[in-house]
Design a protein around this ligand. Structure first.
Ligand code: OAD
Length: 244
């Protein structure tokens, strides 16, 4: 790992326009489980049963019970770890410009990054499926599910369910920033869910250096990324920042 960290510090120092693509793995050290792999959320829940828009619409109570049990308590109590803080430091150093995140936990903003594209939406907000009124997640009463709006419409989280389109602005801006960067950090994503997983290909078209940070290889490893730093995001980012 030491050698790849030294290489990454060299590459990051030379880069003019760094963009990061992050996934659930960056929040693992904050206590939020990933979706895939051991201990992942999709080991316990079938995503097509619980996280597809059709199943949400068919049975919003069941989907909300899953959200409440599996995610909300973790997300509301979670704090940024050294992975998030390292990316905030890279922004402060004038190196990192934008984070494209698949995460809905708000931890990049909590760490201090100012340009975060929430590719799969956010858990910080919910909105009414009847009148579109928005509420902060922490404002709503989850004792009875599904939660309801003042107009009695059903509330839904402002995230992207399977079967839904990526918000237009997030999609187009991600393509733009990825195609302009000269270095992309791909951190904590299994890179199997599209279109998010195709974002690094825009960077490749600009001849950007693509560095993965992940304890396990992904479909990008050895194919698209130049190298992988195999380790947990918090530890790797801490080492990178301390090596400047
Ligand atoms: P996944 O759960 O698919 O993948 C998590 C990745 O993080 C894996 O590659 C792990 O090896 C890696 N990982 C685990 N611990 C780590 C650590 N401490 N540091 C760094 N990496 C670590 O999560 P995503 O790729 O984010 O979408 O999943 C993509 C999308 O699938 C999610 O946004 C969500 C999900 O279904 C929707 O629900 C629409």
């Amino acid at each position: 790992m030491k050698q790849t960290i030294q290489q990454a510090v060299k590459d990051i120092s030379k880069a003019k326009n760094i963009v990061a693509l992050t996934g659930a793995g960056i929040s693992v050290e904050s206590g939020i489980p990933p979706f895939r792999g051991k201990g992942g959320l999709w080991e316990k829940y079938d995503p097509m049963e619980f996280a597809h828009i059709q199943s949400f619409l068919r049975n919003p109570k069941r989907a909300w019970d899953m959200i409440k049990d599996a995610m909300q308590s973790l997300i509301t109590g979670a704090k940024p770890n050294d992975g998030h803080l390292g990316l905030a430091k890279l922004e402060e150093m004038g190196l990192l410009h934008t984070i494209i995140t698949q995460n809905v936990d708000g931890l990049h903003q909590a760490a201090g990054n100012t340009d975060v594209i929430e590719y799969h939406g956010t858990f910080a907000w919910v909105y009414c499926m009847s009148c579109n009124k928005r509420y902060r997640m922490e404002e709503i009463d989850l004792n009875t599910t599904p939660p309801k709006c003042a107009c009695s419409g059903i509330l839904r989280p402002d995230c992207v369910f399977f079967g839904e389109a990526i918000p237009y602005d997030a999609l187009t801006r991600s393509q733009t920033v990825a195609s302009q960067c000269d270095l992309m950090l791909v951190i904590g994503t299994s890179a199997v869910v599209h279109p998010a997983a195709s974002v690094p290909y825009y960077a490749e078209q600009n001849n950007a250096i693509i560095i993965e940070i992940n304890p396990s290889p992904t479909p990008l490893t050895g194919t698209l990324s130049h190298y992988i730093i195999e380790g947990p995001a918090g530890e790797v980012m801490r080492n990178i920042i301390n090596s400047f």
